[in-house]
Write a protein that binds this ligand. Structure first.
Ligand code: ACO
Length: 343
């Protein structure tokens, strides 16, 4: 039987309008533009400030843009997965709400929680539906409203994160492009260094948990950094090695955007020059599940059919992952530069 490959056939992003730059953060916490930029590579991030809007609204905006741009009717979509750790509610799944908001009906839709690796976990999951023949058009969204779980008095954490969403359309093809190989990893022992203390079943919300700020991200940055540098580089090198790729064969590294220093270490290990590394951390910070699809969206016009891409991530869990894919289409410049949805 001929192998079926999962091709990415469209990508779209959404970023909220409000820009939280380092100068504004200097007013909120004891920090400086110089410290943030030199330690993380971040200058500004976008924040969804409109009351009553959540992760599903950013995801739905990206999905609507994707449907329009790829000339796809909502009725043609037969799977939708949202990767997020900031769901609108504990239940129902944000994916169910995104379908409702975009006119997509009666299909399987669910969330995946793998923090910063969420998009790669979701992409891999959706590809199994495509490759088995169960689905013909699937959408995978990476979306997070990190500002909803951020303590804007914790200088070590609040400077890192932003809000945003990115979505890709997946379709089957016998042409050997698209997803070639996947590595997904996790280690729950890392939870103690990066988690949200309250709001789940172990510690339900109470006045005490609110007073102690236990609904915000708790991160021991140094520990997370140490694991991130090693694991993101290891998993990227491993997928290259087992597919016989050298730095010369890879056109693009699409790294999760948590810290420029982690990205540089990964690129170094892979033997890639800076020009081959997708970057948007300076403008958007860490949008958790949103970073990788937002990179693909921004760089879409520069991607050529057949380009070898390595997608790599590390995040809460700990989770880490890499995907090797061959880009499957040449973007139409007029459709991919729709700036109106970017802000
Ligand atoms: N401004 C000024 N000083 C600061 C700030 C700030 N915003 N934040 C921390 N500092 C201070 C610290 O208090 C410390 O001071 P001290 O030496 O007097 O104690 C000093 O700077 C150094 O602190 P470190 O934590 O050692 O700083 P580091 O260089 O490690 O950078 C950072 C911190 C940026 C958080 C880094 O550790 C990091 O990027 N960690 C990984 C983040 C990550 O990858 N997360 C995973 C994904 S997130 C997810 O999955 C949801």
């Amino acid at each position: 039987m001929e192998r079926i490959y999962t091709h990415i056939t469209g990508v779209q992003g959404y970023l909220p309008e409000f820009v939280l730059n380092n100068k504004i953060l200097e007013q909120l916490v004891d920090t400086s533009d110089e410290w943030i930029l030199s330690r993380t590579g971040i200058s500004e991030r976008r924040i969804l400030r409109t009351k009553g809007l959540g992760t599903s609204d950013m995801a739905a905006a990206a999905v609507k843009g994707l449907l329009k741009k790829t000339d796809t009717d909502p009725s043609q979509i037969d799977l939708l997965i949202v990767a997020t750790v900031t769901p609108d509610m504990v239940f129902p799944a944000t994916a169910n709400l995104v379908c409702h908001k975009t006119g997509i009906k009666d299909i399987p839709s669910f969330d995946i929680a793998a923090a910063c690796s969420g998009f790669l976990y979701a992409l891999s999951t959706a590809s199994k539906f495509i490759e088995s023949g169960q689905c013909k058009k699937a959408i995978v969204v990476g979306a997070d409203k990190m500002s909803s779980i951020m303590d804007y008095e914790d200088r070590a954490t609040c400077v890192l994160f932003g809000d945003g969403a990115g979505a890709v359309l997946l379709e089957p093809s016998t042409e050997p492009l698209g997803i070639q190989d996947v590595i997904l990893r996790s280690d729950g022992a890392g939870a103690k260094h990066l988690h949200q203390k309250a709001g789940g079943s172990i510690k339900t919300p109470s006045r005490r948990t609110v007073a102690h700020k236990e609904h915000f991200v708790y991160q021991e940055g140094k520990h997370v950094f140490k694991h991130a540098v090693k694991n993101m580089a290891d998993v990227s090198a491993e997928i290259m090695e087992r597919n016989g790729l050298t730095g010369e064969d890879v056109q693009w590294l699409v790294p999760h955007q948590a810290n420029k220093r982690i990205i540089d270490a990964t690129a170094n290990r892979m033997g890639l020059e800076e020009e081959k590394v997708m970057l948007n951390i300076h403008k958007f910070g860490n949008t958790t599940a949103g970073t990788i699809p937002l990179c693909l969206w921004e760089y879409e016009e520069r991607l050529k059919r057949g380009d070898n891409l390595i997608l790599a991530s590390f995040g809460g869990g700990f989770t880490w992952a890499s995907i090797y894919l061959k880009w499957a289409y040449q973007a139409n410049p007029s459709s991919s530069s729709d700036l109106s949805l970017r802000a």
